[in-house]
Design a protein around this ligand. Structure first.
Ligand SMILES: [Ca+2]
Ligand SMILES: [Ca+2]
Length: 194
């Protein structure tokens, strides 16, 4: 069929990517259709503009941080997202069943927590500062809340986990911070996978 002949992955690459992402072959094919629709210029890679045209994605409070995940590789910024990179980034957003996914899978609680940490650590210094946390919480909260109240929420959240008392959240402390959040299920981008 037309689709499989235009698929940019060889059958070996296909089985490798299935293994790496945990996606089934059928899902990879579906995502390829999606990718081709998003790739308006038929360039074989996606630009930021292409992502912003997806459903309500432009309204996602974490839009820029999510885009950064797609467009970053080995600390460099990519100009376009190829199909394999598209799949690998999406893999972290696949909903998972709590405590059922092996830790080495890209959609396990551990992997998702790492990706979330990277998203919040905007300056990439390996810690989440109060400003980084403040910004993230601010963009998530839609209720009317004063900056002072928000500051005190953030301060309290940091205090609660700040074992080394440096006023910042290390990765280990972050794991404590999110321990009661069902990350497996919440950290997902359903619109791309359905
Ligand atoms: Ca930081
Ligand atoms: Ca700390």
């Amino acid at each position: 069929m037309g689709l499989s002949s235009s698929m940019p992955l060889s059958s070996e690459e296909m089985s490798n990517i299935c293994k790496e992402t945990g996606f089934s072959k059928a899902l990879v094919l579906r995502l390829y259709l999606r990718f081709k629709i998003l790739d308006r210029r038929s360039a074989g890679c996606l630009e930021q503009e292409d992502f912003l045209k997806v459903g309500h994605f432009h309204k996602n409070p974490f839009r820029d941080r999510i885009l950064q995940l797609f467009f970053e590789e080995n600390n460099e910024t990519l100009t376009g997202v190829t199909f394999p990179k598209f799949l690998k980034t999406l893999a972290a957003f696949r909903p998972a069943v709590e405590n059922k996914t092996p830790p080495d899978q890209p959609n396990s609680r551990e992997s998702k927590t790492k990706v979330m940490f990277r998203m919040l650590d905007v300056d990439k210094d390996g810690k989440i500062s109060r400003f980084e946390l403040f910004d993230a919480v601010k963009s998530m909260i839609h209720v009317n809340i004063s900056e002072e109240e928000l500051c005190s929420i953030v301060e309290r959240a940091i205090l609660e986990v700040d074992e080394d008392e440096d006023g910042m959240v290390s990765y280990e402390e972050f794991v404590q911070m999110v321990q009661h959040i069902p990350i497996e299920e919440k950290f997902s981008l359903r619109f791309l996978l359905t």
